[in-house]
Design a protein around this ligand. Structure first.
Ligand code: F6R
Ligand code: MG
Ligand code: MG
Length: 370
């Protein structure tokens, strides 16, 4: 049986500032998706939030890029925006870049991670939601999960994953994509995805030798870069990802282990700073200190005939305390850099900049160095 797993998210208003999502927006999303479930459009759903992003987790049988599913998400975000305006929430409707929905939500602001696959006998699926960062923040953990034997022991000792995986990488500047196989092309893959503001992992596929159905993804990441959609920096591209686990795939614990390093990602404060990605529970998915630090939440489901179990809040575990503590030390250290790189992003990557104005003011005072 084939199921489509769709996660569509948007920031349609913050509470307060860009810290969190107000419960009334989640209530609206819950009501809209429940109606769609009753009408038979959705098989199941779960509404969550991470920082200021409202996250719609949906299962159905309409395939990816379904007009009905995308329009349901769009209408939900529009209705939530109305509520956000009524309550005076911050930046109401900020990620909805267009007034008119034309059949597909791609390119309109919200982030989308969707995949259609044949359900296995038991299908563990993990939804990762990040705030105050960009799609390339998934490159490092997804690489570690599916290609690094120091993370995923199964790549060495489990015959069902020993052959490796296929990565689909998008060049989000040139709008091109390439498929690369690991372990054979591991070094070439790393040469690309280390440049995470340009090359992003979009999907991972099993190899032909796998027990899983070839050409059906085992992981998918949202890759919307809002500033490229709008032609300027507006809205935010905080990403989401969906990863399947176990039986011919990395185990759940190997998937989570990919997040055991609070590595530096960009997108913190004004989308213009690097900071450590901190794995947190849902209740701690609020961006406070310096509007951050960037956070990631993991919700684990079992999927059966399109139905979801209640999620387990997977980073709500003392086993991740030491990683959070390390993230806090890195936060202190990075903050002490103030306006200096590499805490502040290089000029071309900053979402906010006063440099053109400063340069204009100083134009006449700049003299040639002899
Ligand atoms: C938003 C974000 C925040 C804002 C910052 C300034 O997701 O990352 O750090 O960029 O709070 O926001 P404005 O310009 O709305 O005052
Ligand atoms: Mg916001
Ligand atoms: Mg956000």
């Amino acid at each position: 049986m084939k199921t489509t797993f769709s996660v569509i998210k948007a920031d349609v208003g913050g509470w307060p500032g860009h810290a969190a999502v107000h419960p009334s927006l989640k209530e609206i999303a819950d009501k809209k998706l429940r109606e769609a479930e009753e009408n038979g459009l959705l098989k199941d759903f779960y509404v969550a939030s991470c920082g200021d992003d409202l996250e719609l987790i949906m299962t159905h049988d309409r395939g990816v890029d379904s007009t009905e599913i995308h329009s349901l998400a769009w209408d939900t975000f529009c209705e939530a925006t109305e509520k956000a305006k009524e309550l005076g929430l911050y930046g109401a409707g900020q990620d909805l870049l267009s007034d008119a929905f034309s059949g597909n939500i791609r390119g309109m602001g919200p982030g989308i991670a969707e995949m259609e696959f044949t359900e296995r006998k038991a299908e563990p699926v993990i939804v990762f939601m990040m705030d105050k960062t960009e799609p390339g923040a998934f490159n490092l953990p997804v690489f570690k999960i599916f290609a690094d034997p120091f993370n995923t022991a199964g790549l060495i000792i489990d015959p069902s994953i020993h052959d490796g995986f296929i990565f689909e990488v998008w060049d989000i500047q040139e709008h091109k994509h390439v498929f690369m196989e690991t372990p054979e092309e591991m070094y070439d893959l790393l040469a690309l995805i280390g440049a995470k503001s340009r090359f992003v992992i979009k999907r991972v596929f099993p190899k032909k030798t796998s027990k899983l159905v070839a050409k059906e993804p085992v992981a998918v990441i949202s890759t919307e870069k809002l500033y490229q959609i709008a032609g300027e920096y507006i809205g935010k591209d905080d990403p989401v990802g969906v990863i399947r686990a176990q039986s011919g795939l990395p185990a759940l614990g190997e998937v989570l282990e990919g997040f055991s390093l609070p590595y530096l990602v960009s997108g913190w404060m004004r989308g213009s700073h690097n900071g450590p990605l901190m794995p947190v529970s849902l209740k701690n998915a609020r961006c406070t200190r310096f509007d951050g630090p960037p956070r990631v939440v993991a919700l684990g489901f079992q999927l059966k005939n399109g139905k979801l179990t209640q999620p387990v809040d997977l980073f709500d575990d003392p086993a991740f305390d030491s990683i959070r503590l390390e993230a806090q030390h890195i936060t202190d250290y990075m903050r002490r850099h103030g306006p200096f790189e590499p805490h502040r992003l290089p000029l071309q990557d900053m979402e906010y900049t006063t440099l053109p104005k400063v340069m204009k003011k100083l134009q006449r005072r700049f003299k040639k160095i002899k």
